[in-house]
Design a protein around this ligand. Structure first.
Ligand code: KG4
Ligand code: ZN
Length: 400
């Protein structure tokens, strides 16, 4: 492998984005396409697993075609095919895995199964096409991964080596943002909506509780969510309005203040623990990844703390924080050069933990039966009406 750049074709379909990318030597993106399903799931206010899998099926071939056309690379010139094998939604994972296996078999290319969370970490190593070279993150480092399904802090002393410092004991940070967004009557997904509302807040004095959990590096967001719910209900009752669940809404100006208070509480805990971990492990750099790492307040808070310590911060641009194929190409290349190969028995691992064997269950559980059935009906109706349903907008992101 050494001495020659190697090309990885990477496929990501673990959740609600279909991502395909060609990445050179785990670092340089040659091209990528991401087909987002946000519009498809928005009417149901959350991801509907059956619809997600069907949309992956619909968009995976066009995404591949677009990437190959952009790069001019043929599959025969690819050195390895990397695919997300977990964690994620089983039906969605299986679409990408079956597709990758078929390509690997038809073109006789080696196949590598990638952990989605490792992808979020390695997004910090990526370079866009045409982006000037810059140094790679130095070891040892601490990395914070904050996504819709996972929230954890690890120490890395070398590539592919992780020591779990802490993780969420209940909701993932993104999940908490999404639930808070729903409570405040904001759109789906809640994270970007809360961030936008918080940016409009004026008073900036709403204080919601932080769960510090002593000296541990673990996180907990369920108490914060409950505190927000209580506050919303209290204010709705005082204004003689129906409860949030019955459609009661606070005034937009009040929503911006509570959104700010909620975001502050999440950012404060995430940033404080990450920076303390960097101090206590004598880290030489801080890395961030996952959808919530695109949150401007969080990025700024950690950037300020890292700069004060003279530590470089490596955080992908927002489009590479949320799910994409390129990050799977970055992590997949590391696994590939380390000699890892997957056989044609590669299966989906919906609860595959990055660090602890048999540990950390996937926190994004499928909705309960009644809820799932109702969400499915709403989404199907939206699909029939053509309202935000099929077709999913192709390739939300094209390489700049
Ligand atoms: O990493 P990701 O794309 O998917 C998972 O692997 O889960 O993360 C999606 C999550 C969602 O919960 C979304 O609300 C959150 O990332 N998110 C944000 C922002 N952008 C996306 N949360 C806070 N602020 C943002 N700007
Ligand atoms: Zn993700």
């Amino acid at each position: 492998m050494s001495g020659r750049a190697s090309l990885v074709l990477a496929i990501e379909s673990s959740c609600d984005e279909t991502g395909v990318a060609v990445v050179e030597s785990g670092r340089r993106i040659l091209a990528q396409a991401v087909a987002s399903q946000i519009a498809l799931h928005a009417p149901a206010g959350g991801i509907v697993p059956e619809l997600a899998a069907r949309a992956h099926l619909r968009w995976i071939v066009p995404a591949l075609q677009e990437v190959l056309a952009t790069t001019g690379v043929t599959i025969g010139e690819i050195d390895a095919i990397a695919v997300t094998a977990g964690p994620g939604l089983a039906g969605s994972l299986l679409v990408g895995i079956a597709f990758a296996k078929t390509l690997a078999w038809a073109y006789r290319r080696p196949l590598v199964g990638v952990n989605h969370l490792e992808g979020h970490l390695y997004a910090a190593w990526l370079l866009d096409p045409g982006e000037p070279e810059r140094p790679e993150p130095p070891f040892p480092l601490v990395a914070l991964v904050v996504s819709g399904g996972h929230t954890f802090l690890v120490e890395m002393r070398d590539h592919l080596r992780y020591r779990l410092l802490g993780e969420t004991v209940d909701d993932a940070a993104g999940e908490a943002f999404d639930k808070a967004g729903r409570l405040l009557g904001l759109g789906y997904p809640g994270g970007p909506e809360i961030a936008a509302a918080a940016a409009r807040s004026r008073a900036r004095d709403a204080v919601l509780p932080r769960a510090w959990l002593g000296k541990s590096y673990d996180f907990s967001f369920s108490g914060l969510k409950t505190a927000l719910r209580r506050q919303v209900e209290l204010e709705l009752a005082a204004a003689d309005r129906p409860a949030a669940e019955a459609g009661g809404r606070l005034d937009p100006a009040r929503v911006t203040e509570l959104a700010w208070g909620f975001q502050e509480a999440v950012v404060d805990v995430l940033a404080t623990k990450t920076l303390r971990a960097a101090d206590e492990t004598a880290a030489r750099a801080v890395v961030m990844g996952g959808g919530v790492a695109s949150n401007v307040a969080l990025r700024e808070r950690i950037a300020t703390g890292a700069a004060a310590r003279g530590l470089p911060l490596f955080v992908p641009r927002p489009g590479l924080c949320t799910d994409n194929g390129a990050m799977i190409g970055a992590a997949g290349w590391r696994r590939f050069v380390a000699g890892e190969r997957a056989g044609d028995d590669l299966g989906a691992r919906p609860a595959w933990p990055l660090v602890r064997p048999g540990g950390a269950p996937d926190t994004r559980r499928p909705p309960r039966r009644g809820t799932a059935a109702r969400a499915y009906e709403i989404a199907l109706a939206a699909e029939r009406d053509g309202a935000g349903g099929a077709p999913v907008p192709a390739a939300r992101e094209r390489t700049p």
